[in-house]
Write a protein that binds this ligand. Structure first.
Ligand SMILES: Nc1ncnc2c1ncn2[C@@H]1O[C@H](COP(=O)(O)OP(=O)(O)OP(=O)(O)O)[C@@H](O)[C@H]1O
Length: 354
């Protein structure tokens, strides 16, 4: 176990900036998920942690050991970082059995035969693949191959484990199963873990901490519940949660925040909000409500209905939002939205919470 400290990390490829300025302090034993849309710099950040890419600026430390420093163009090679990686593709050795695949990194690290056997038995049992030990990778399923890859990664007890979308090649059922396994394996092994995904369900179910990234920057870093309850930016509010928060745009006028000509919130002194946030369960479908709402889709979920539609009507610029309703709605129908008295948050012109 070790802490990971990332300070002012940046990476340019020629003139294009993949990672702009990332700083994170990861506690020992944490499971950090880097979450964000395609192209936001997640994989590049992970590759710099792994030592597969060299930063152009900033410093990475594992514990008090500097493993990369963009300023002096220093980058410790991956094999000297005491880390393990799990990729999308399993990359098992086809000519070795499952047991031999898992044992291989232990042999390379100079473990004795008896230590190797004991540890391989332990991780086989931990990942519930003991019965596959003598098969070749070609004789086990995709989900099982990924378990073997995870077993092989954790066998040498790395201080840091890095995951790059490890579940994305699995079908829906296996994803859920393997996700649960990963959570359990992390709790048993306690390696400080960094996991890249754009799937918020994976992030919310596995993470002790989530870093939401956008355009090479971290928008917010914290516990999943903190991000859900108190998003720091409009982007985090729009990206996390199922459904995500309802965001309505508007402007300040005479002390009120005005949406479609209607004052809907008091504006804090000296601020200039651009968006108001409401929790999807606090916004009601109500024919007597304030704003026109055209229903696009109604999906049952856990005894409730997620109703998506456009706020606004006719020639107005419309905003798409999803609310939680206790009744289903009919796509194509027009109704109205009733907002609670006050929004859960207001965000400024740059997207920051006010
Ligand atoms: N080797 C490279 N050469 C040039 N540009 C690159 C290289 N690797 C990444 N980039 C660019 O850097 C940006 C960040 O890429 P990165 O792969 O880190 O994003 P990501 O968040 O992991 O995206 P995805 O979820 O699609 O994998 C993208 O615009 C990408 O095109």
């Amino acid at each position: 176990m070790t802490t990971i400290s990332i300070q002012g990390l940046g990476k340019r490829f020629g003139t294009s900036v993949a990672v702009r300025d990332v700083s994170l302090e990861v506690p020992s034993g944490a499971f950090v998920v880097l979450l964000g849309p395609s192209g936001c710099g997640k994989t590049t950040t992970l590759r710099m942690l792994a030592g597969l890419d060299e930063p152009t600026s900033g410093v990475i430390r594992f514990g008090d050991r500097v493993v990369a420093d963009g300023g002096s163009a220093y980058s410790l090679p991956p094999e000297k970082r005491h880390l393990g990686m799990v990729f999308q593709s399993y990359a098992l050795w086809p000519h070795m059995t499952v047991r031999q695949n898992i044992e291989w990194p232990l042999s390379v690290a100079g473990w004795s035969r008896s230590e190797r056997t004991a540890r391989v038995d332990e991780v086989l049992a931990s990942l519930e693949i003991t019965q596959l030990a003598d098969r070749s990778p070609a004789q086990v399923s995709g989900g099982q191959q990924q378990r073997v890859a995870i077993a092989r990664t954790i066998a040498p007890r790395p201080e840091v484990v890095l995951f790059d979308e490890p579940l994305s090649n699995l079908d829906a059922r296996l994803r859920v199963e393997t996700r649960a396994e990963l959570g359990r394996v992390h709790r048993e092994n306690d390696a400080t873990s960094v996991y890249v995904t754009h799937d918020q369900v994976e992030a919310l179910s596995l993470a002790t901490h989530i870093a939401v990234m956008k355009d090479g920057l971290v928008e917010q870093f914290g516990a999943p519940s903190e991000l859900l309850e108190r998003p720091a930016t409009a982007f985090v509010a729009s990206f996390l949660g199922s459904p995500p928060a309802v965001l309505l745009s508007g402007h300040a006028d005479a002390g009120s925040f005005v949406h479609r000509g209607v004052p809907i919130a008091a504006v804090p002194a000296g601020t200039s909000p651009a968006q108001a946030m409401y929790r999807p369960q606090d916004v009601r479908l109500d024919p007597e409500g304030t704003f026109a709402f055209e229903i696009l889709e109604s999906t049952p979920a856990a005894g409730m209905h997620l109703v998506t539609g456009y706020v606004g009507s006719g020639q107005e610029e419309r905003e798409r939002v999803t609310v939680v309703s206790d009744r289903p709605a009919v796509p194509g129908d027009a109704t109205r939205l009733r907002l609670p008295d006050a929004p859960a948050a207001l965000f400024g012109q740059e997207g920051g919470r006010l």
